[in-house]
Design a protein around this ligand. Structure first.
Ligand SMILES: *[C@@H]1O[C@H](CO)[C@@H](O)[C@H](O)[C@H]1NC(C)=O
Ligand SMILES: *[C@@H]1O[C@H](CO)[C@@H](O)[C@H](O)[C@H]1NC(C)=O
Length: 189
């Protein structure tokens, strides 16, 4: 009888372990939630400066309503954004409907991490290029919508983007020729 309970106990532990890791894998995957079809940007729309990508007619782009789980070392891809008027950031920032100077360290986060404005005005610590910088969250890098005027006719963001002002790139000591794409980690500050 004792052995039987022990066996049962071990089996239950195993089941828990397996379902748990399954859940973790599911959470980490963060699969696309849908697709949108690209429209051709009107003439003079979609500024291609700073490596911005423009939507192509008929192309399908994945959308995401999730991002990978946040840890103390959340892996992400750092991109360059202008938060100023007439910059490549499209409309004003989502948190306060204002434009911001690119000379202060600010970022936009992918939709899942932006967490329905839940991280607005919070600071995050970004680690990259052997350095660290604190930056304030002011905007969303929209993973659900794109290819329209509000997003400067750029495709929806990936689910793992920290879209940063010039000041962040400067603080990380990245030479300006290399601005635009860098593997980083971040955490809530
Ligand atoms: C490109 O980035 C630089 C540096 O942040 C900025 O001054 C410039 O306005 C950006 N261009 C566009 C179109 O956003
Ligand atoms: C984020 O940092 C800025 C600049 O250091 C500071 O003014 C602001 O209060 C900080 N935000 C939070 C939520 O602590």
């Amino acid at each position: 009888m004792k052995n039987f309970s022990l066996a049962l106990y071990i089996i239950m532990l195993l089941v828990l372990f397996v379902t748990n890791s399954f859940w973790e894998i599911e959470a980490k995957a963060c699969k696309p939630s849908g697709k949108i079809r690209g429209k051709k940007p009107p003439p003079k729309k979609c500024n291609k400066e700073n490596d911005s990508v423009c939507c192509a007619e008929g192309e399908l782009y994945s959308t995401f309503n999730c991002s990978p789980p946040v840890t103390h070392h959340t892996k992400a891809y750092l991109t360059l954004n202008s938060f100023e008027k007439n910059g490549d950031g499209g409309g004003p920032s989502e948190c306060d409907k204002k434009f911001h100077s690119d000379d202060i360290p600010i970022v936009a986060l992918s939709t899942g991490w932006f967490h329905k404005k839940g991280r607005c005005f919070n600071n995050i610590t970004i680690s990259g290029n052997g350095r660290k910088v604190k930056a304030m969250v002011v905007d969303e890098c929209d993973s659900m919508r794109g290819c329209d005027e509000a997003h400067d006719y750029q495709p929806p963001c990936d689910n793992n983007i920290v879209d940063a002002s010039k000041a962040v790139w400067v603080a990380l000591g990245v030479p300006s020729d290399d601005w635009g794409g860098l593997d980083i980690t971040w955490s809530d500050a």
